[in-house]
Design a protein around this ligand. Sequence first.
Ligand SMILES: NC(=O)c1ccc[n+]([C@@H]2O[C@H](COP(=O)([O-])OP(=O)(O)OC[C@H]3O[C@@H](n4cnc5c(N)ncnc54)[C@H](OP(=O)(O)O)[C@@H]3O)[C@@H](O)[C@H]2O)c1
Length: 250
Amino acid sequence: MARIAWILGGGTGLGAETAKGLIARGWTVAVSGRRTAPLEALKASHGAHPYPFDVTDRDAVGVTVAKIVADLGRIDLMIYSVARKQTARAGDYGYESYASIIDTNLLGAARVIDPVVDQMRRQGGGEIALVASVADYFGLPRAAAYSSGKAAMIALAQTMRTELAQDNIAVRVISPGFVKTDFTAKNDFPMPFLMDADEAGKRIVAGLLDSKRFEIAFPRRFVLILKTIGLLPYPVFFWVMGKLAGVAGK
Ligand SMILES: NC(=O)c1ccc[n+]([C@@H]2O[C@H](COP(=O)([O-])OP(=O)(O)OC[C@H]3O[C@@H](n4cnc5c(N)ncnc54)[C@H](OP(=O)(O)O)[C@@H]3O)[C@@H](O)[C@H]2O)c1
């Protein structure tokens, strides 16, 4: 029997490439996002099942979970690949823009996790994968809301992994480096180790289906560099960040 995945943010970028990879491995895949057109395109090209809705609308989340379970029977794997990009100037901490990024990138996940965990408990287990970023390792310049939302997301995943093991629900975190998607298309700074979206999708699918590890992070060399930066003593760390802010601020 085909296993059922639900990918939020599944119409484009990493979510869409992951959907294609899972479908190629025999999964039935529901995809969500606000825009109907990319979801319908994935239905036409790969047979995905579209469920358009907005993760900031809590009522719509509950309705959508119920609809997917009614149509497809269960949710074996939920992947949260939703995010809005932040294009802040260094030193810009405007509340409205901070709150709106967190509302989608972090609270959106919380709105979905609640009914999905209930459903997975009812069906006897499942898997939840939250797409964070290598930006979750520390606070990056010009990305206060994005970085702090991703850092909170990894902490959330760690808590859930510990607490939900007893319910047979495996929680994982996916931390990509720079990937060519709409998200990065207009970035005005150097993007080391930039990767094609289809390659990133393959790494995600392999990490999810062929391993049980908590963190699926790539590309490996970039991850190692960033993790090392995160371990530096603070004076050295902030010197490096200052250099980065210089580049990113131009
Ligand atoms: N690309 C990179 O270099 C990179 C690196 C590290 C991490 N990531 C993470 O990877 C994930 C996917 O990003 P991507 O690069 O694939 O970019 P993307 O193609 O822009 O994907 C973001 C998805 O989120 C959906 N979305 C945004 N707001 C939504 C809302 N309110 N309700 C429902 N869906 C919403 C978008 O669909 P609609 O606009 O139709 O709603 C879109 O499909 C994100 O979590 C991002 O932070 C990306």
